[in-house]
Design a protein around this ligand. Sequence first.
Ligand code: F0G
Length: 353
Amino acid sequence: MTWKGLLQQYSSYLPITSETPLLSLQEGNTPLIPLQKLSEQFGIQAYAKIEGANPTGSFKDRGMVMAMAKAKEEGAKAVICASTGNTSASAAAYAARAGLRCVIVIPEGKIAQGKLAQAVMYGADIFAIKGNFDDALHIVKQLSETDDFTLVNSINPFRIEGQKTAAFEICEQLGKAPNYVCIPVGNAGNITAYWKGFVEYDEHHQTELPKMMGFEASGAAAIVHNQVIEQPETIATAIRIGNPASWRQAVQAAEASNGIIDEVTDEQIVTAYQWLAKQEGIFAEPASCASIAGLWEALRQGKIKQGESVVCVLTGNGLKDPQTAIDTSSLKPEVLPNNQDIVMSAIKGRVHA
Ligand code: F0G
């Protein structure tokens, strides 16, 4: 059967009426890949949910297709969002598809190149402010209250509805919920959505519930420290957020599931980022790798036991942020003259060394 996208696949779980346009870029249906080396090393069953396989390269497409379809249904002319990059890329793509105008507000100089390239290509109206994501979100919220813009940040409940479908897919792929879900936390919409998804799917299919393990970056760990961070800072720009909009819901998801919200340092994130690509062949963006770094930390602390199943959510594709990949890698191309003998001996010298 051909995949028709989330709105058709999960229509009975979503707020879809006869008036809702069945918008789609064939989002969802992403791979769940076993993490073989990690599983062997720790005696667990670890998997990665590859959300970078979505049409714009991140999990945002799941929520955006729903939010954009509802905006269209309600007769909106323009959508607006603040973003650390992925939300804006997704909003711009789905707005283009739906024929809506898209306005995005981003923190200047703090979004990865690939994400900016997407927003430009999809034709959004882009405003880069000399402030952070939290400042941008404040502005777009105000505008959407007083003006004719539909807000498509994750405080739009339709975003959460769409994003919860990732939990459904995981239950279907494994036959039941895993024991643990490790997930990066920025604005905290995704952990909220996953928890809602697992609870709903369990009600229908008795798939049980995982413990939700959310991980913030240490320089932006507002929830962990129960304190707004005025100047959040992290290499993982996607989660450089100091006052998460779904703060309360994230705490609730962790508490209700017997999970945790914890933090990982930039150093731990970069180690996980490099390790994942080199050892498992999976290139995910830095923020995504907070889930792997967090899993390691939980294993080190003995929170996760042998034999248990864990899904790490890899929220975005590594190609989104080529600069961080290059800057954090020690491997550089060796530049050589165009001479067969020199090239051959250089290769042999390296590989047989
Ligand atoms: N991972 C990636 C790659 C993200 O882009 C984000 C959020 C998160 C994790 C965290 O998800 O906010 O639901 O807790 N990016 C948003 C954006 C803020 O604007 O693209 P969250």
